[in-house]
Design a protein around this ligand. Structure first.
Ligand code: SF4
Length: 368
């Protein structure tokens, strides 16, 4: 990396500055816009995402298909495929390092300023931020054994010999509850069941002890029994290692089971953010309420039909003035909701919502 590039990419702050800015967040996303420039027009996949990811907690991101959940994770990892790119905003990674004498230093780095293929970004991927995907077969190489693939990830980020890396790979498979872990090292992905492949992916992702694990619908392709096992495993590992997890799903039941906090996304923005308890017992945004009304409740005695959300998620190329949910919202206020985007408002401690039912403040979109 050139000296000039280095100057523009890394910001080292004093402990006071970092503490004031980061509180205890490991990641701070501000006004993030990731757009796709296609022949059909511009698809604004992320259109001003603000998100704080608390250190050592599980943050769920929930929303319908096309709301921007997966693009958020790809933006964090700087893996947005062409013709997409980050147009504006910040993704601040708050690193905390412990020196041999016990002193802790903090450093904040803006990932949007790093070139996706720069050595620094490559080192962050895997070693500091790892990801597991919905379908492990898309990430596991069918031509190499599981052992070789986990070993390769370890050798890339840790200073160990091949023999040590192989041993560590076996230890990781054991840790994620893989049956016969030493034998599985020699197997190819197609020889494993879906649940075993997902365990192998988790082992590979955790092999470098990342600070942040992004899990993008990791259990969607699994049967319910295997899903429950994988969710238990991730929760146990998270408690054990103290890692931060960003859990992306469209399934509110999984959010309730897995997460400490939750962000609800709609059309490229976070529209509500709260603790899981607050969100489930006291939802505020009409979209969140509609999502919760559309799932069955165990033990419910009423014979009420499940509600569905009116309309469909709008065309990604369309520009909607005002609140992006207004064409589908039962509480829509003409002349107000269709003017400016509602600004974020705190309705309770650690409970943010963007809706004119709670605040009159709107914000002018920039770059729209
Ligand atoms: Fe509905 Fe208006 Fe609130 Fe948007 S701002 S969710 S349209 S009430």
């Amino acid at each position: 990396m050139t000296a000039e590039e280095k100057m523009t990419t890394t910001t080292t702050q004093t402990a006071e500055e970092t503490a004031a800015r980061a509180v205890d967040n490991i990641l701070t996303i501000r006004k993030l816009r990731t757009w796709f420039f296609t022949d059909l027009g511009i698809s604004r996949a992320l259109n001003g995402v603000d998100l704080d990811v608390p250190r050592g907690k599980v943050l769920g991101i929930v929303g319908e298909s096309g709301c921007g959940k997966s693009v958020t994770s790809l933006s964090i990892l700087r893996l947005v495929p062409r013709p997409g790119r980050i147009v504006s905003g910040e993704i601040l990674l708050h690193r905390r390092r412990k020196a041999p004498d016990g002193t802790i230093t903090e450093e904040t780095i803006d990932l949007t300023k790093l070139h996706p293929q720069s050595p620094e970004m490559r080192a962050i991927r895997g070693a500091e931020i790892a990801m597991i995907f919905q379908e492990p077969m898309t990430s596991l190489n069918p031509c190499y054994t599981i052992g070789n693939q986990i070993m390769e990830a370890i050798l890339l980020h840790q200073d160990v010999s091949k023999r040590e890396a192989w041993e560590l790979a076996g230890d990781m498979l054991e840790k994620v509850g893989m049956p016969n872990p030493r034998q599985v090292l020699l197997r190819y992905p197609h020889e494993l069941s879906g649940g075993m492949r997902q365990r192998a992916m988790i082992a590979m992702a955790l092999s470098c002890e990342p600070s942040i694990l992004i899990a993008d619908e990791p259990t969607t392709a699994l049967d319910v029994t295997t899903e429950a096992q994988i969710l238990d495993l991730m929760r146990d590992l998270q408690a054990d290692i103290g890692m931060t997890i960003i859990y992306i799903t469209h399934n509110l039941g999984v959010i309730a089971q897995m997460c400490d906090e939750v962000a609800v996304m709609y059309l490229g923005r976070v529209v509500e953010r709260a603790s899981v308890e607050d969100l489930f017992y006291n939802p505020r945004h009409p979209y969140t309420k509609a999502l919760l009304d559309s799932i069955p409740h165990v033990g419910s005695r009423t014979k009420r039909r499940l509600a569905s959300i009116r309309g469909v998620v709008p065309d990604p190329y369309a520009t909607i003035s005002g609140c992006p949910f207004h064409p589908r919202c039962d509480a829509y206020m003409p002349g107000k909701c269709d003017q400016l985007v509602p600004a974020p408002a705190n309705v309770a401690p650690n409970h943010m919502v963007r809706c004119y039912l709670y605040s009159d403040e709107g914000e002018v979109e920039n770059g729209g």
